[in-house]
Design a binder for this molecule. Structure first.
Ligand code: CO
Length: 138
């Protein structure tokens, strides 16, 4: 497995509306419509910039996995980076063989394709998301 292109940077925020004032209004990115991902406990809005996307993530519901992050970072902040891979199952096998810990099992992410997260302790302190996007690896 080789890493594919950067798909997006995840930014946790207490308010997508407030973050759109930064990424859309101040910086001039092109925002899509926010949408809920109840199974993941988040509301998401993608902002397109010329070479990648910003994924704004707001907690949805009391059990949202980003409540802990926002408790430590009340204003929000950079949460994860997402790289594309050809095949999520092959990527999980390769990363596990290389000693990286996988958080949970692959599930359908905000783009409708399988994603998985790698433990930040194995990734230099950065939460890394891998997203299946066939043809991503070169
Ligand atoms: Co993401």
């Amino acid at each position: 497995m080789t890493i594919g292109r950067l798909n997006h940077i995840g930014i946790a925020t207490p308010s997508i509306t407030a973050s759109l004032a930064v990424y859309r209004d101040l910086l001039g990115g092109t925002a899509g419509e926010p949408f809920d991902l109840p199974a993941q406990g988040v509301r998401v809005c993608f902002v397109d910039v010329p070479n990648t996307q910003i994924e704004l993530i707001e907690p949805l519901g009391a059990a949202s996995p980003i409540h802990g992050f926002l408790a430590k970072n009340p204003a929000g902040g950079q949460h994860h980076v997402c790289f594309e891979v050809d095949d999520i199952t092959a990527a999980v096998a390769a990363m596990t063989a290389r000693g990286a810990r996988i958080l949970g099992v692959p599930r359908i992410g905000a783009h409708g394709t399988p994603v998985v997260f790698l433990h930040p302790r194995d990734m230099g302190g950065v939460l890394v998301e891998l997203m299946e996007a066939p043809g991503a690896e070169h």
